[in-house]
Design a protein around this ligand. Sequence first.
Ligand SMILES: [Fe+2]
Length: 208
Amino acid sequence: MHNHFPFILPQLPYSINSLEPYIDEETVYIHHFMHEKKYIDTLNSLIEPYPQFYLWTLEKLIRDTKCLPSQIQQDVRNNAGGVYNHYLYFNSLTDKLSQPNGKLLAEINNQFGSLYNLKEQLKASATSLFGSGYAVLAKNKKGKLSIRQCANQDTVLGCNLMPVLIIDMWEHSYYLKYQNQRNEYFDNWFKVINWDVVENIYNMYNFT
Ligand SMILES: [Fe+2]
């Protein structure tokens, strides 16, 4: 990802109809080309008048929001979070079957007992979220995994945690196909997780 201003809409690593029937083409199209793009366009318009922030990474804009001019702080917080969360969400999906392996699977078994238990706990977190937001599988500096909820476009970056997997629970992610059946959306989303990407993030993310 081009990780500083001007931010650009990333290319999906699959075709927009390839997550069918689990996540439908129309939802992917609207979610990616309209919702995600809007966050990117808005973030660029907020940063554009301030060349001193052109080289700030997305993560720095999120972590150091308080160092920005006060009149753009809240909007940057919302929109940089939106760009960050959507990139993670879309990039960790696939039309190919995959399973967690290696250190990631070992840590899942260590913290949750099994992949099934992780799924059930993440599902409980996602489906109990009040309003719009995300359920997040996050890791700390020692690699320990935990589950968090993030409201709106918040992230766990400010908590000394890194997200390795997130599910978008905003209604625009599922409502066209699933209406209020959030359990069904979660179960089908879980089938199209790209565990290779999740494992790469788990192994590679640093905290600089
Ligand atoms: Fe979304």
